[in-house]
Design a protein around this ligand. Structure first.
Ligand code: GDG
Length: 743
């Protein structure tokens, strides 16, 4: 029911009832006043008329007396006058006196003190007064007053009382509704703000604009209650949260008081490149960027990264910041400039020739140089400075990304002890024996232990990290709570399997699957009905691109019916081209592709199409949607987002995913065809199985995997880290209080 009606109807009902109850009371009261009036008037008439009447009675002539009575009753209210000489004598009366009233009725009226008399002509006021004469000592004068005017007035009074109450009802209703509406709106705005986590408790001085000081205590209690309920509910069943950009924002505002997010990574999410006279914006090939970008769109804040584009300096403001995404800015990039020497030592050297091969089991020997280490240290300091400059509070939330910044958490912690530092290590963590190779292992370990939370994709990597700490430095390792305490500050070591945004951006899946297929076939000169396999990777030796090609070769050896009927398209984004190992790898991949294509040439399209060039995400998705299968054959991979993207792209529930068991993703996507990339025969069998898999089976497998990615999307990945960070912060505050009490 309408809110106003809910107020007004009961009010009108109550007032109508009061009016209904009050009207007879008013009626009774006015009647009593009139009777009193008539009594007084009667007494006056009797006093005035007594003597003249007695004189006329002495004449003994009825006619004289009746004439006198007629004169008296000319007064409009005195209806009739009568006289009884005794109980049994006839009534001498004026003309209108009722014929059925007899003198013996008078005694009864006198006894009962009756004033009112109902007659067929209406209601009358009767007064019986003694008027004695010598011949009639019991003589009685009867005065009859017409009371019909009283009935009329009483009706009018009742009507006025009713109108009065109705008027009152309308006025009171209007005032009530107006006040209720105003208050309700205020409350609703306040409650909405509260539920959004913005809070009703304003800074002083904001009251006039937004705050309602009278509600502040309630607001504070409500906020506290909501937070408690929220965390209780989450503790009970975190899985029931629907993870969206919105829920992530709610966590930020509710659990972390809307603190700013600062992301730090080497790679920037948007690179401005000069192409002739035009500046182009490029989205880099990086799993870290794929995952973090939707988080920043949802949460805003600032992303500090190396400005590596040829036109990056041309688009920043005086503080080296630029708002992105260019089409609809939601957050800012703060670019950090590196010299060639810094980039060579920190990025190509220590990060990618040292730590990258150290952490991946891909049989590439790590190279550690003290000159690289010096640059790594220097660049980490440079980024720490940038973080401290960008922090607007003493306790910002800093999300440190990857192995390029192992020293950064400790450096930030020294300057901002209350910061929440969440470090995510996107690549595997090796076993303690492998890690021991690193000459600066202690510095790396104590550096990351500056974090509040250190995240890996899998529990296995967390275990490796704890084992490594245990063997390398003096720190307290608690295997029950999975925390490491170094220098008095605990670091929680947790696994957070990374994922992608779900649902995928609409732009990525706008084009229909048949259109994508038709376009990809045409673009690559392939005939209709041709089977397509797809691989999408940075051209990195850990991704097992050579093993993939060897598997295709083995497929064609074992199942020659696919020669000329199946082509594997490899998108290989150039990466780390400054490193000799990568240049060498590229040559090897090219040579292998050439060899295999040469071997099977002459029977239609080539079995391998190698595209060593950068593609925009929309084009990558077009390939996913066009393909019959996607092959991820990493030799070692923290997670691998390509596998998840392929599944997400297939809203038609068609296509088969072949996935290396050495990826983090293989632990989640159990319905993929899981393979050992080193086993060419097994991979060839998987390729054949994929190419011949019935549509029903493809659909069943894809549905299960799509369900999992929808539930475990990238918002959940970030949300869980933020929730854990909030819980740690609360716990720290409580333990600080305990210490205060103890001391
Ligand atoms: C690290 C870890 C972990 C590929 N080619 C192009 C392009 N891509 C995009 C893909 C995907 C991303 O790059 C690659 O993600 P991955 O997860 O496969 O791999 P890494 O870059 O090695 O990522 C990895 C990840 O971090 C996240 O934690 O999963 O284990 O090694 O999104 O679509 N993107 C564009 N052009 C290309 O040519 N724009």
């Amino acid at each position: 029911m309408n809110l106003s009606l809910r107020f007004v109807l009961p009010l009108i009902l109550v007032l109508a009832c009061i009016a209904y109850g009050v009207a007879p009371l008013v009626d009774k009261l006015t009647l009593r006043w009139f009777i009193n009036d008539l009594d007084a008037q009667t007494a006056l008439i009797v006093n005035t008329a007594r003597e003249p009447l007695q004189q006329r009675l002495l004449t003994g002539k009825k006619k004289v007396v009746v004439q006198f009575f007629d004169q008296l009753s000319e007064d409009e209210r005195l209806y009739a006058v009568g006289y009884c000489a005794s109980v049994d004598s006839p009534v001498w009366a004026s003309g209108l006196f009722p014929k059925n009233i007899r003198c013996d009725d008078l005694q009864q009226w006198e006894k009962q003190g009756v004033h009112l008399f109902h007659h067929e002509r209406g209601l009358f006021h009767m007064a019986v007064e003694p008027v004695k004469t010598d011949s009639a000592p019991d003589g009685k004068l009867i005065l009859m007053h017409d009371m019909s005017f009283i009935a009329r007035r009483s009706e009018e009074t009742k009507r006025y009382v009713f109108y009065l109450f109705m008027g009152l009802a309308v006025v009171v209703s209007l005032v009530t509704v107006a006040i209720a509406q105003l208050s309700w709106r205020g409350w609703m705005t306040g409650m909405r703000a509260l539920l959004r986590g913005e809070g009703l408790v304003r800074e002083p001085g904001q009251d006039a604009k937004e705050g309602r000081p009278e509600f502040r205590p309630i607001a504070r209690d409500l906020q506290r209650l909501i937070r408690e309920l929220d965390s209780d509910a989450r503790a009970l069943d975190e899985g029931q949260i629907t993870w969206t950009p919105r829920s992530l924002r709610a966590i930020l505002h509710g659990e972390l008081r809307g603190e700013d997010i600062i992301v730090v990574s080497n790679r920037e999410p948007y690179i401005h490149q000069r192409n002739g006279g035009i500046i182009e914006v490029q989205r880099p090939a990086s799993g870290m960027v794929t995952a973090l970008e939707p988080i920043m769109r949802a949460c805003s804040g600032i992303w500090i990264a190396h400005g590596s584009g040829s036109a990056d300096r041309d688009v920043v403001d005086e503080n080296d910041r630029v708002a992105v995404p260019p089409e609809n800015p939601a957050y800012r990039i703060r670019r950090v400039w590196l010299t060639e020497e810094e980039e060579a030592g920190y990025y190509y050297g220590f990060s990618n020739e040292g730590l990258w091969p150290l952490c991946h089991i891909a049989h590439v020997r790590p190279t550690f140089r003290s000159s690289d280490w010096a640059q790594y240290l220097k660049v980490n300091r440079k980024f720490a400075k940038a973080v401290i400059n960008e922090a607007r509070t003493k306790a910002p939330i800093v999300l440190v990304q990857d192995y390029h910044f192992a020293l950064l958490p400790k450096m930030i912690r020294e300057e901002l002890p209350d910061a929440i530092i969440i470090t995510f290590w996107h690549i595997p963590w090796p076993n303690p024996e492998s890690f021991a190779i690193c000459p600066w292992r202690e510095e790396v370990l104590t550096g990351v232990l500056g974090s509040s939370i250190l995240g890996f994709h899998t529990q296995f990597h967390c275990n490796n990290f704890l084992d490594t700490v245990d063997r390398s430095i003096e720190a307290r390792v608690d295997r029950e709570s999975f925390t490491v305490s170094y220098g008095g500050k605990p670091t929680a070591v947790r696994h957070y399997p990374i994922s992608i945004a779900w649902p995928p951006e609409s732009e990525m899946v706008q084009k229909t699957v048949p259109d994508c297929r038709e376009h990809v076939l045409r673009l690559n000169g392939l005939p209709p009905e041709h089977k397509i396999g797809i691989g999408v990777d940075r051209l990195d030796y850990t991704k097992g691109i050579m093993e993939r090609f060897l598997a295709v070769e083995r497929l064609l050896e074992l199942n020659p019916q696919w020669i000329g009927g199946f082509t594997f398209i490899q998108i290989a984004a150039p990466t780390r081209t400054g490193i000799e190992e990568y240049r060498h790898h590229e040559l090897q991949v090219l040579a292998l592709a050439d060899r295999i294509n040469e071997r099977f040439k002459g029977s239609g399209p080539p079995p391998l199409l190698l595209k060593i060039e950068h593609h925009e995400p929309r084009d990558v998705y077009e390939y996913y949607r066009a393909a019959d299968l996607c092959f991820v054959s990493s030799l070692h991979d923290g997670m691998n987002l390509v596998a998840k993207e392929f599944v997400a792209a297939r809203d038609d529930n068609r296509g088969v995913l072949i996935l290396s068991r050495f990826t983090g993703a293989a632990r989640e996507l159990a319905e993929a065809l899981i393979v050992n990339p080193y086993d060419a025969d097994q991979c060839a069998a998987a390729l054949h199985m994929a190419l011949t898999m019935p549509e029903d089976e493809q659909r069943d497998r894809l549905r299960l995997m799509r369900g999992l990615i929808a539930e475990f999307n990238v918002y959940r990945w970030a949300g869980r880290m933020l929730l854990d960070a909030a819980a740690i912060r609360k716990r720290n505050r409580l333990s600080d209080k305990n210490q205060d009490v103890e001391s």
